[in-house]
Design a protein around this ligand. Structure first.
Ligand code: ATP
Length: 443
């Protein structure tokens, strides 16, 4: 993880939040390459969910919601972690992550000092809306994006004439006052989620649950993730959330071990029932094709962290490869093997030399490519060094402009993964790149 954290900082993927003030725990900033990567991961998910599914539409709900939402959803009452503090070294732990014998003996696992009693700690960030800071003005930063979808489900049915089964997808920020934030951007207080809520007829929920598990698994395969680093974990009785009938996590083998990446949950009719009860509004679906039968739909949820997916992608793409045998630093290259669809830079155009008009030609080629691709231009330093820089940024294709380009219009196209080079005409570049991206398979 240290190597990934330092590469992320060095190359401008992720910076510590407010670093000049010593950093802000639980928050991170995304630099020039990081924001591109994040946007692209989000776009790939959005395309998969909405564009490739006729029966799923998008939504972007507000972060601030009516506080009753969180009473109805159960978050005010249940969204807690058990917290213990050490009276001696002041360390703070989630009680469920401390060995049971330490809790029983009230002994700090770090210094052996005395632990406090376990108390419940609500993970929602609370603030006030308006000038008065009283109980009537309390408002929460949403801890999940899902509730914004549930309270809008009737609006979406009416405005878009959706028929069950259908889904609503949303990407957005969520906030949790996590007790322990470590492992870089894995668990943070401010993060982004990519959630899809699929509304189905009760009785068909188990079939749809299996279907969505299959689709989400296939999605990671399509993204080129190493599939032996993914596994399913089914929630046992004690693990199931208060709303869930069944739940599976997709776990990834992060450097610190297997951890949750995405959850697929059968949330039943719990949330819509509760919103009906707390708002007094009718949340039933009227099945106009089924004799006007009325029912509260069941909901299958797929919930992935966007920022956690970005960490997974960084870990999964990271590779160190021996490429020479000269006995110096140049023998090794660090390469991020991103799928070209999500790589922050798709193609870099490099003039062999700055002089003799090569830079101008390279800039011209880059301009031609810019409309279709995220195209970078780099003229600084030896060509080998520039390739390495692009490898480290995860750029799948490099185009080199040399003296022959001036004569016959051909360029060198270099592939990141194999380091192979082919010579093609500059006019064929765009079509070739589109083809390479479409047929990309991770070696
Ligand atoms: P965990 O057990 O890791 O706290 P959870 O089971 O509470 O997670 P969900 O409520 O199911 O997580 O959230 C769905 C997804 O949102 C998770 O799979 C994860 O990818 C992401 N996520 C949840 N909490 C955080 C966080 N604090 N920081 C970053 N991503 C998060």
């Amino acid at each position: 993880m240290e190597k990934i954290t330092s590469l992320a900082k060095r190359r401008g993927f992720v910076f510590q939040s407010s670093e000049v003030y010593g950093g802000q725990n639980g928050a991170w900033d995304y630099g020039p390459l990081g924001v591109e990567l994040k946007n692209r991961i989000a776009a790939a998910w959005w395309k998969e969910m909405t564009r490739l599914n006729d029966d799923i539409v998008g939504l972007d709900a507000a972060i601030l919601m009516h506080p009753r939402t969180w009473e109805a959803s159960g978050h005010v009452e249940n969204f807690t972690d058990p917290l213990v503090d050490c009276k001696k070294c002041k360390s703070r732990f989630r009680a469920d992550q401390v060995p049971e014998e330490n809790i029983a003996a009230k002994k700090c696992p770090e210094c052996g000092g005395e632990l406090t009693d376990t108390r419940k700690f609500n993970l929602m960030f609370k603030t006030h809306i308006g000038p008065a800071e009283d109980s009537a003005s309390v408002i929460y930063l949403r801890p999940e994006t899902a509730q914004g979808i549930y309270v809008n489900y009737k609006n979406v049915i009416q405005s878009n004439r959706m028929k069950i089964p259908f889904g609503i997808a949303q990407i957005g920020k969520a906030f949790r006052n996590e007790i322990v934030t470590k492992n870089f951007i894995f668990r943070t207080c401010e993060f982004e989620q990519m959630e899809m809520q699929f509304f189905v007829k009760p009785g068909s929920d188990e079939g749809w649950f299996d279907e969505w598990r299959k689709r989400r698994w296939a999605y990671y395969e399509k993204l080129g993730v190493r599939m032996d680093s993914l596994r399913w974990h089914r929630h046992g009785e004690g693990e199931l959330a208060h709303y869930a009938k069944d739940a599976y996590d997709i776990e990834y083998l992060f450097p610190m071990g297997w951890r949750e990446l995405e959850g697929v949950h059968n949330r039943t009719d719990f949330d819509l029932n509760r919103h009906a009860q707390y708002s007094g509004k009718d949340m039933q679906y009227i099945d106009q094709d089924g004799g006007n039968e009325r029912y509260i739909p069941y909901i299958i949820e797929t919930s992935a962290g966007l920022t956690r997916t970005l960490l997974m992608i960084l870990c999964d793409a990271y590779d160190e490869e021996k490429v020479a045998d000269k006995g110096n630093d140049d023998d090794w290259r660090t390469v991020l093997r991103f799928h070209p669809v999500i790589a922050p830079i798709t193609v870099a155009v490099l003039p062999l030399m700055k002089k003799d008009g090569l830079a101008e030609t390279a800039l011209e080629i880059r301009r031609d490519l810019q409309d279709d691709f995220a195209a970078d231009y780099d003229q600084g330093g030896a060509i080998g060094r520039r390739y390495r820089r692009q490898d480290e940024a995860g750029t799948p294709f490099c185009v080199t402009v040399d003296y022959q380009t001036k004569e016959d219009g051909t360029v060198t196209l270099r592939f990141r993964d194999s380091m192979e080079q082919v010579r093609i005409h500059r006019d064929e570049l765009a079509a070739r790149l589109h083809g390479e991206i479409r047929s990309y398979k991770r070696a």
